[in-house]
Design a protein around this ligand. Structure first.
Ligand code: NDP
Ligand code: BG6
Length: 607
């Protein structure tokens, strides 16, 4: 029996164990799939045949465009309607589609019937994020065989553009980075032929009705599933959602909306945004993106903890001294100063990216890998956080600095930033979780722009060994002897554990070494961009990596009082030179809790 097969494992198959040497019987290998790796095919087979754990309610999606001769597989054939639409998501109000005479090889007009299509509309297609991240991610998914057989990408924005102009714009940002495989330019051409553009206003139902007409032409009578990606400034989110839902939502499939951050500026504005969205959408249709959750090592955090016996028993106040969540960029806000000045680093990075990582890190074991079970645990962590006090926060702003004959600008040198701006470009904070597992453990966060390095990492510093027999070998600095687990999210992904060992030889000299999982050395496959994973999840209806509204409320509840206090008291940020290690206040804050920033002490005790 020929079953649909996918080169790309569905999200559920990402939980499938990947055997090191996937040897399949010839008859069960995927065919007609030049770029299909047998590993992916095997992983999919494991899921299809029920060998791998599949969370309840997960679908066999991403199973669109390849044929697998899988005599050995006994999975049921997919539903004739393809991806089932969830009733709660189906907000459609339109009637039957009208096929046109377009090229059937592209739009599949002659097919009609029960097959399904996915139409992805990038709203704000002329913008930076669309060019930089969304279109390249969609192409990568197409290249990897992860998009359905019938899909269309529409760009929507006010700028006037023809389809050809959009394709030309998009083509400049597509890359063939994926494992340097062949046929990339052919694939690009094929992908670009599936991309179209519609120019319209964001608050015009008439313009969205025109878009709907075009989408229906491409859907050609198939079951229509529609994904709108709001890559626009937040003040127009509601207008777009209103028009898209009333005039361009699917009549017979699902309609989903990916919402980019920022989700408000504080508790009130965030609640107002959620209320506005929920006038037209149900929660299940809203996919609030935090692209850090799509990063490989952030996704791996739960795997590391819950599938290795050696970590979970240590994951508490009993063994962990402190946890550090560090984000730094070695460039300023160049080009985004206008946006940044009304948000600042706390809203831009801490309230979302770092706090999401903290919640994932600290949550209790979820009942299952189901999205709701995971999000339930995350929200409990967020709601258990102690109020964040001003005395536990340090803010900074970068100033101009000249190095090697080059002058780097101050934050306030940006023309779009007021000269007297107090907006922090750096912040450090000490947070505490008021529950039995984490009572008293400082979770230190640090985020900054225009620092000396670009990195994102999680550092877990373990307690001292009680009555350490070897303490003399470490001199007076017993912090040197403690274990540290580092999860380097980027760049150069790695997970390493610092341990103590004996220097080989007749003496007894101790050394500090790393047990190192260095991704580039371990895996030849390039790591997908976070946007690829998240777009695929949204298409599949997998919500695990998206933010639920109660998570968002809890995150704002934590940060809003602090942000208000900073703004009302007009707290002046400590200035730090562009390219430096940030304000010295961050060291004092850490010292207050007997902590040393791991990223900086690594310079003294090499990583
Ligand atoms: P842009 O400022 O480039 O805006 C996207 C498009 O929206 C523009 O091309 C423009 O299209 C339209 N637009 C811009 N300003 C307005 C306005 N005031 N009123 C109506 N339409 C407007 O944004 P980005 O592409 O940088 O980001 C999109 C979203 O993603 C934003 O919410 C941003 O905060 C978020 N984001 C961006 C990141 C990035 O790296 N760029 C990173 C993370 C989140 P047109 O004029 O053609 O209609
Ligand atoms: C975005 C912030 O969410 O994340 C930006 O708005 C920041 O200010 C960016 O530069 C960092 O993302 P990444 O994936 O490049 O680390």
């Amino acid at each position: 029996m020929a079953l649909p097969c996918a080169k790309c494992p569905s999200s559920s198959s990402r939980f499938a164990p990947s055997p090191p040497h996937p040897v399949l019987p010839r008859s069960s290998r995927c065919r007609a799939a030049p770029s299909l790796s047998s590993l992916d095919c095997l992983s999919r087979r494991l899921v299809a045949s029920g060998v791998a754990a599949r969370p309840p309610g997960r679908r066999n999606s991403c199973a669109f465009n390849m044929v697998c001769a899988q005599e050995a597989v006994t999975a049921p054939a997919p539903s004739p309607k393809g991806t089932p639409s969830k009733k709660s998501e189906n907000n459609g109000s339109l009637t039957t589609a009208v096929p046109s005479k377009e090229d059937s090889s592209l739009t599949g007009f002659t097919a009609g019937g029960n097959e399904s299509t996915v139409s992805i509309t990038v709203v704000g297609a002329s913008g930076d994020l669309a060019k930089k991240k969304i279109f390249p991610a969609l192409f990568a998914l197409y290249y990897e065989g992860c998009l359905p057989k019938h899909f269309t990408v529409f760009g929507y924005a006010r700028s006037k553009m023809t389809d050809a102009e959009l394709r030309n714009m998009v083509s400049k940002t597509l890359t063939c980075r994926i494992d340097k495989r062949e046929n990339c330019s052919d694939k690009m051409d094929e992908f670009l032929k599936r991309c179209f553009y519609h120019s319209g206003q964001y608050d015009s139902e008439e313009n969205f009705t025109e878009l709907d007409k075009k989408l229906r032409e491409h859907e050609a009578g198939r079951i229509s599933n529609r994904l709108f990606y709001l890559s626009i400034p937040p003040n127009i989110f509601i207008d777009v959602v209103k028009c898209a839902s009333t005039s361009a939502s699917s009549a017979n499939g699902w309609t989903r909306v990916i919402v980019e951050k920022p989700f408000g500026r504080d508790s009130e504005s965030s609640a107002a945004l959620t209320r506005g969205l929920k006038q037209y959408l149900v929660e299940d249709q809203i996919f609030r993106i935090d692209h850090y959750l799509g990063k490989e090592l952030v996704e791996n955090l739960s795997v590391l903890r819950f599938s290795n016996l050696v970590f979970e028993p240590l994951w508490s106040r009993q063994y962990i001294r402190n946890v550090q969540l560090i984000f730094s960029e070695d460039f300023g806000t160049e080009g985004r100063g206008g946006y940044f000045d009304s948000y600042g680093i706390i809203r831009d990075i801490m309230q979302n990216h770092l706090l999401q990582i903290l919640a994932l890190f600290a949550m209790e074991t979820p009942v299952s890998l189901d999205a709701e079970d995971i999000r339930n645990e995350k929200v409990k962590v967020l709601r258990s956080m102690k109020p964040l006090l001003l005395e536990n926060v340090v803010v900074g702003q970068y100033k101009s600095h000249t190095k090697g004959g080059i002058t780097y600008p101050a934050y306030i040198d940006d023309k779009t930033v007021p000269k007297d701006s107090l907006t922090p470009t750096f912040a450090a904070a000490a947070l505490f979780i008021d529950n039995a597992r984490w009572d008293g453990v400082p979770f230190l966060m640090k985020a900054g722009k225009a620092l000396h390095t670009k990195r994102a990492e999680i550092r877990v510093q373990f307690r001292h060994v009680p009555g350490n027999l070897y303490k003399r070998s470490f001199g007076t600095d017993i912090d040197r002897a403690t274990n540290e687990l580092v999860i380097r999210v980027q760049p150069d992904e790695a997970i390493y554990l610092k341990i103590n060992n004996k220097v080989p030889g007749l003496g007894m000299r101790l050394d500090r070494s790393k047990l190192n999982l260095h991704y580039a050395a371990r895996y030849s496959k390039e790591i997908p961009d976070a946007y690829e994973r998240l777009l695929l999840d949204a298409i599949e209806g997998e919500r695990r990596l998206f933010i639920r509204s109660d998570e968002l409320d809890a995150a704002w509840e934590l940060f809003t009082p602090l942000l208000k206090e900073l703004e009302e008291k007009k707290i002046a940020p400590e200035l730090y030179p562009y390219g430096s290690r940030g304000p010295v206040g961050a060291h004092y804050l850490a010292a207050k809790y007997n902590v040393r920033w791991g990223d900086l002490s690594a310079e003294h005790y090499p990583d």
